[in-house]
Design a protein around this ligand. Sequence first.
Ligand code: BGC
Length: 731
Amino acid sequence: MKLDRGLRYCAAMVLAMQAAGSDAASRCGDAAQRPWCDTTLSASQRSDLLLASMTLSQKIGMMAGDDALSVINGTPATGVVDGIPALGIPTLYMSDGPVGPREGKATAMPSPLALGASFDPALARRVGAAIANEVRYEGNDLLHGPSVDVMRTPLSGRAFETYGEDPLLSSRIAPQWIIGAQSEGVIANVKHFAVYTQEGQIGVPPVTALIGGRQLVNALIDERTLRELYLPPFEAAVQRGEVGSLMCAYHFVNSAPACSSAHLLEDILRQEWGFDGFVVSDYYLAVKDTVLSARNGLEIEMPIGTFYTPLLLELQVRAGLIPVSTIDQRVGNILRTLFRFGFFDRADFPSDDTLIDQPAHARVARDAAERGMVLLRNTGVLPLDARQLRRIAVIGEPATRLPNGGGSSAVVPFQFVTPLDAITQRAGSGIAVSYDDGRQPASATALAAKSDVVLVFVADKSSEGVDKRCLSLDCPLLGRSAQDRLIEAVAAANPNTVVMLEIGGPVLTPWREHVAAILSAWYPGQEAGAAMARVLFGDTDPGGRLPVSFPAAEKDTATAGHLARYPGLLNQAFYSEGIFTGYRWHDANNVAPAYAFGFGLSYTQFETGELEVSTRRDGGLRVAMSIRNAGSRAGWAVAQLYLGLPSPSADVAQPVHALKGFDKQRLQPGESQRLQFDLDPRALSYWDIADNRWRVAAGCYSIDAGSSSRELPLHRAMNRAADSSWSAGCP
Ligand code: BGC
């Protein structure tokens, strides 16, 4: 219970409970007086009973937040919907977000992109649970996360909040995060529905951009691209994660505001996917009308009503433009979900962060940082051998701070040991660790030249509200810097240069052939130092693989050079590249990336057996393979399975291949594992626009497995006949 509103609520609650003659320990009240408080009834029965006792204005009052300013500083929460003590409805408190609660201090987790890089759904469950636990002990009931938008352009200011460019990867991570979060009794709020891929250019982070800005841009997208690329993580969140609520996005999709799109909210979300939770708007300017939002599926406008003010809603009801039954449906969805989550039947979640198990959560943050760290290059300098080294140079001021993404995912950490301090500590007394902030290249290179190994730290800056202008490290959002030149200079002075990237998304790496190693830590969170030290010294294997392609040049992305695609013309963004983004774009255009989706090195080596393919009773395929650690250290293997689908007709182009499965295993030296990938008919399908449904085409299916989208040594082909039967090999 938050203090200020809490006191107000408690006072009203005591009076209301006295009136209802109930036990003051219950938030709902006495079932004899308030039948919806009877816990033996189902959530639907209870919400029907409560709804029947509410006046129209009480119902309408639940359809908007009540605190305009809370979103700015998270006090008393990121969002507040006042309760109705006379009915035993408690106040609903909402909190950001995907990196941790943005209220006071919190365990700053690595950015979601690092979690994408972990290729580890079980880890996502632990991260979701830890964040929700903190959200709960800050006194909140609902958590604005996870953020599952698929990255379209690496310029995106919120790329760091995504799980990357691939819908299958995001669809595996998101539901586990949600299951973890909701296991804490907190309602997860999956966001931002849908096709929210850009902040726009030129503006003031974290608020808004002027060109193609998120509040106004209209995503013009075909149904196939929508279904195959941008919707699957939301579908998985609803169907596998059973998420309780969903946040609709700021912008327009095919000319309808996302928060009042009948196609998105009613046809797809509720009718097709069976979502029975409630929809919350993004904060300020996401809701663009009253009648359509109410009719088409928005339950709550946040952080306050602008189109959902009591006056506007009531006027439209009285004018007959919004039927009372629609209000009942909207409020029923809210109440039923709250009953489902036990919101009425428990005590307030205490606002007391001393209840948080900080060491346990720090461990989760460290695991996530290590398992998401991607080793992009290693000529042999890593892991560092403490017995051989005498002098380590740490260069670059990001080594002394915590780079993170700006906006609603900016979290103030409970604790932070700088990478510089953590590395110094791990190195021990026998190794001299010297630091130079890199601002004066001459002093940095002088230090580099007299060191055995150099760790050069570079970071980008990205934020909600405005996209990056370009992908170079020297193209920051504000101010700074000449980091590419610093890397080149240091590498020229010392061949044992290791680049430590702290980044919110793909960056250009023009110096990549000149350095000995590159480690991408993304925005690594508060345990950055410990995790980096452990990976650098080989106490653990770098566990991450790229959830995004690193282009070799600025022009090498699906949207580069196409203003109509991005940032759009007159706020119209044409998704004419279709499903060909990320590695699908690189493959289709035969352009080599600097580092491919799925790529990442280990300190050990893995061997794989042949692919074995069999058919499943549901018409799908089963693929099995073995993998063995052939090196002398324990390490993380991330086996990846890709499919190339046949084109049913010339107008349905298919990617060369797309990720359909992955399996991450930690293997001891010599240990092997048998892996199995089940491909149900949906995994073999494309979206048939004419028939408005998923369809499996006849023809040749290429089955490829390996360690990245560009390293697929294992291959099989299966032919699917018109009668749906399979045969090995293709004619
Ligand atoms: C962001 C959401 C966030 C909300 C509340 C908005 O600007 O788009 O992701 O949950 O603010 O902080």
